[in-house]
Write a protein that binds this ligand. Structure first.
Ligand SMILES: Nc1ncnc2c1ncn2[C@@H]1O[C@H](COP(=O)(O)OP(=O)(O)OP(=O)(O)O)[C@@H](O)[C@H]1O
Ligand SMILES: [Mg+2]
Length: 495
């Protein structure tokens, strides 16, 4: 009784039994009414006909003989007729029935008058003198003498004879047949209903099975039947169960996607933690080693060695400071709390300041820095501090990855609604397979141990994040051993 099908079947059985039972009762009741109306209409004139035959009451005296004769005749025409002679108040004056079978000698006059008045709804029932518990259809007519009302002739239709006959017929073949037919129809309706419910709930049962299998499998969308995964092209033929299926399959794919997303985030988090701890541990261990040596062998070390050890320790501590600073900056940029504070400034002027920072370093490596910018056409609306970080990171990379004698070119171009920035170098370039990963955190392409120890792989991730915050996108194009070019747009003052 726990499945939907069982519940629907029980409800159907109840409904079918109620309809069948109700129909049976209505049929019994209406058959009786129908019979009574037809009989009353057919025999309406019986009393009139009988009274017209003979004078039954003369000045208050009943002609018993005539009444008995007429009653017999009437009973020959219709064996269920019982004839009574009433006075003007409805008192029974005479009848042809065995006297002991009469329970009352008073017949209600109102229905008699109503019937005689005509235009009444039939069947109309009146007193049955042989059974006061119920009323019977009847026929009635006034008995007149010398144009004076003497009383009434009252004929009960469907009297005791009818009752005896009806009760013997009740168990008869026809009755049995009609009950049998009714039961058969009810059963057939129930069976057809069961079949229909079975067909309808079958898909629902299958869907429930799939949902269960999907849950048990740890949310693997492959467990969903292909029919469920592909929506039916004909949308007209889709009913609620099809829609439910589609909604479920969409939900399953979404759950899987989110699962995979969570797994990916988790993987990245682990990678980040392991990268961070590695990059922190290496310089720390090295610093520790040199400081220990300095402490233990302080006396035996020459001044030169001591200085060299201290310089190495300083280099590592600087590297640690940069790494921690970069990580802190990235996490700050990631948190929703940081919003760029936009202001108008000249990008050309900012660029000049930034290039100055790298001039010495570039000169030492024999690298030329060329800036093509017109200050009047480089007004932008951005966060000046963050933009400085972007330019610094790009220039630091360009200087770092460009060999001696190379050139770095920075172009600012006025475009409609923005200023386009391009930082190009003639450096080592980036291999094609690395291009899409260089903006990932801690991603460094294959490089020498010396280079690796100086870089964390966070610079471009910071650049990308800052430009994301400004609604801009950075693109890169590069050819190995030829050079690299980074490009992005900054929203500018309208001309
Ligand atoms: N101008 C460039 N020329 C060639 N390779 C580059 C250039 N800029 C970036 N790359 C490559 O992309 C990688 C990622 O750069 P990113 O700035 O994120 O990290 P990094 O420079 O290695 O370290 P950090 O900037 O954190 O000190 C670099 O390791 C380098 O391999
Ligand atoms: Mg860098």
């Amino acid at each position: 009784m726990r499945t939907l099908f069982a519940k629907l079947s029980a409800a159907l059985l109840l409904v079918v039994a109620l309809i069948g039972g109700g129909f049976f009762l209505v049929e019994q009741f209406s058959t009786r009414l129908y019979y009574e109306e037809v009989t009353q209409r057919l025999n309406a004139s019986i009393a009139m006909y009988v009274t017209g035959e003979m004078q039954l009451i003369e000045e208050g005296t009943v002609n018993e003989e005539a009444l008995t004769l007429l009653a017999q005749r009437a009973m020959i025409i219709n064996p269920t007729v019982e004839v009574y002679l009433l006075d003007r108040e409805g008192q029974i004056l005479a009848h042809a029935m065995p006297p002991e079978s009469i329970q009352t000698d008073q017949v209600e006059l109102a229905p008699i008058k109503e019937l005689m008045g005509g235009e009444t709804a039939m069947p109309l029932r009146g007193t049955d003198p042989r059974n006061t518990d119920r009323q019977k259809i009847f026929s009635a007519h006034p008995v007149m003498h010398n144009e004076k009302l003497q009383g009434y002739l009252y004929a009960v239709l469907g009297g005791q004879k009818y009752d005896e006959l009806a009760s013997s017929v009740r168990g008869s073949y026809v009755q049995k047949l009609s009950i049998g037919a009714l039961v058969a129809i009810v059963l057939a309706a129930f069976l057809v209903g069961l079949l229909v419910f079975g067909l309808l709930t079958r898909r629902l049962t299958r869907l429930t099975g799939e949902v269960k299998e999907f849950t048990d499998s740890g949310f693997d969308p492959q467990t969903i039947a292909p029919a469920t995964r592909q929506p039916r092209p004909n949308s007209e033929a889709r009913d609620e169960i099809d829609q439910l299926r589609e909604a479920f399959s969409g939900m399953a794919c979404k759950i899987r996607e989110q699962f995979e997303g969570l797994e990916e985030t988790d993987r990245l988090r682990r990678e980040l933690v392991s990268n961070v701890s590695h990059d922190l541990r290496t310089p720390l261990a090295s610093m520790h080693g040199y400081v220990e040596t300095l402490l233990l062998k302080n006396d035996s070390l020459s001044e030169e060695e001591r200085l060299r050890y201290l310089q190495i320790t300083r280099k590592h501590s600087l590297r640690l400071r940069k790494l921690i600073g970069d990580l802190f900056e990235l996490s700050k940029l990631d948190s929703a709390s940081v919003q760029p504070s936009l202001e108008w400034f000249s990008l050309a002027e900012l660029l000049q300041d930034v290039t100055q920072e790298f001039e010495l370093q570039a000169e030492q490596k024999g690298i030329g820095i060329e800036v093509n910018a017109r200050p009047e056409a480089s007004m932008v609306c951005a966060d000046i501090g963050l933009m400085q970080r972007v330019l610094e990171n790009l220039l630091r990379n360009a200087v770092r990855y460009t060999p001696r004698g190379g050139t770095i070119t920075i172009n600012l171009d006025k475009k409609p609604g923005c200023v386009s920035v391009a930082v190009a170098d003639t450096g080592c370039g980036i291999a094609e397979q690395d291009l899409e990963r260089i903006f990932d955190r801690f991603y460094r392409s294959e490089q020498g141990e010396e280079e690796r120890s100086n870089s964390a792989g966070l610079g471009l991730a910071i650049v990308k994040r800052i430009l994301d915050l400004h609604g801009s996108r950075i693109t890169v194009s590069s050819t190995v051993n030829v050079g690299t070019r980074f490009e992005f747009d900054i929203p500018a003052q309208a001309a």
